[in-house]
Design a protein around this ligand. Structure first.
Ligand code: P6P
Length: 325
């Protein structure tokens, strides 16, 4: 069975010109994933659960594991001097990795949500990490700039998520399909367990927080009302941890929705390190990802922590939703 390491070597061999630098970025993310997985799976036993009394860039109370995950991924990516910049949900501004001047060939930048769904930490529900990888567009002789991070989702070189669930799964795409690797914690190796993930053609699951129904746009209200019509065969599944909802919908078919509402007029999810990477993965799995009437990956980013309405899943379910928008 392919390990993630072997898969990376095989993938790299398909690109003779590659310097191996990209593989090193995935290696760094893989290592951090193992460390965070170990901590997440022990969270109940060591004093790492709960809030640390700090509020993050999103105005959300920072959980200790959030910070731990942030520091672990940042550390793993910067120690290997293979990226020139990082943006994280847990940091107000982007982080320039200073080797970018000493090591001008470090051309990749990473945007990351180190631990999504952290409100679930204390109740033992699965969590996820989401990452997005671009090539810098500013001159390699200078420091990274804001423009390096505000690229459209279509410019992504790679995107992935790590799901800390009943097992730890590392799922990613480089634009040639989506592959999933399950961690064997006994030996610390990720094995190819979900080759070429593709959404089933039909979906009957929709994932949404209907507590916000009263202030959804009318188009969304109509869509939801018709999902409940007695002849429909739909069910709702909403974990409150997007990576878990997305992963289940990828395997079983379904539609994830986070519409604008009174509490979150632009929606809650962040374009750069949540919506774009998930959109890349879902599109590579033959699904679709939109924000009201436009393709997520076509949105021109304006700010680092920008939020957008987010809908993604089966093409057939997205097409039905589009007919209401
Ligand atoms: P709500 C977690 O905070 C998150 O970013 C996603 O993982 C999740 O799907 C969503 O927010 C839950 O938000 O408003 O339904 O609690």
């Amino acid at each position: 069975m392919h390990t993630l390491g072997e898969f990376l070597i095989a993938s790299q061999q398909k690109h003779p010109a590659s310097t191996g630098e990209f593989s090193k970025v995935i290696h760094a993310l893989r290592l951090a994933a193992k460390v965070v997985s170990h901590k997440v799976n022990k969270a109940g036993l060591i004093d790492i659960i709960g809030a640390n009394g700090v509020t993050n860039a999103q105005g959300e109370s920072q959980q200790k594991l959030d910070v731990y995950a942030h520091e672990t991924f940042i550390g793993s990516l910067t120690n290997r001097k293979i990226v020139c910049g990082i943006a994280s949900e847990e940091a107000d501004d982007f982080i320039e990795v200073h080797n970018s001047t000493e090591n001008p060939e470090s051309k990749y930048i990473v945007l990351i949500d180190p631990l999504d769904g952290s409100s679930n930490i204390d109740v033992n529900v699965s969590l996820g990490t989401i990452f997005s990888i671009y090539k810098r567009i500013s001159p390699s002789t200078g420091p990274v700039t804001q423009e390096d991070f505000l690229q459209k989702g279509t410019e992504q070189v790679a995107a992935g998520y790590i799901l800390y669930g009943t097992s730890t799964l590392f799922v990613y795409t480089t634009g040639n399909g989506v592959n999933g690797f399950t961690l064997n914690p006994a030996i610390g190796t990720f094995y190819l367990s979900h080759p070429d993930i593709t959404l089933p053609p039909k979906g009957h699951i929709y994932s949404i927080n209907e507590a916000n129904f009263a202030t959804f746009p009318e188009s969304i209200k109509d869509f939801l009302k018709n999902r409940k019509a007695e002849d429909q065969k739909y069910t709702t599944r909403y974990i409150g941890s997007m990576v878990s909802d997305i992963h289940r919908n990828m395997l079983k078919g379904g539609l994830y929705l986070y519409p604008p509402n009174q509490k979150s007029p632009q929606g809650k999810l962040r374009l750069l390190y949540e919506c774009n990477p998930i959109a890349f993965i879902v599109e590579q799995a033959e699904g679709e990802a939109i924000s009201m009437d436009q393709r997520i990956m076509e949105i021109d980013p304006i700010t680092l922590h920008q939020r957008v309405p987010f809908f993604c899943g089966n093409k057939e379910m997205v097409a039905t939703l589009k007919s209401y928008l």
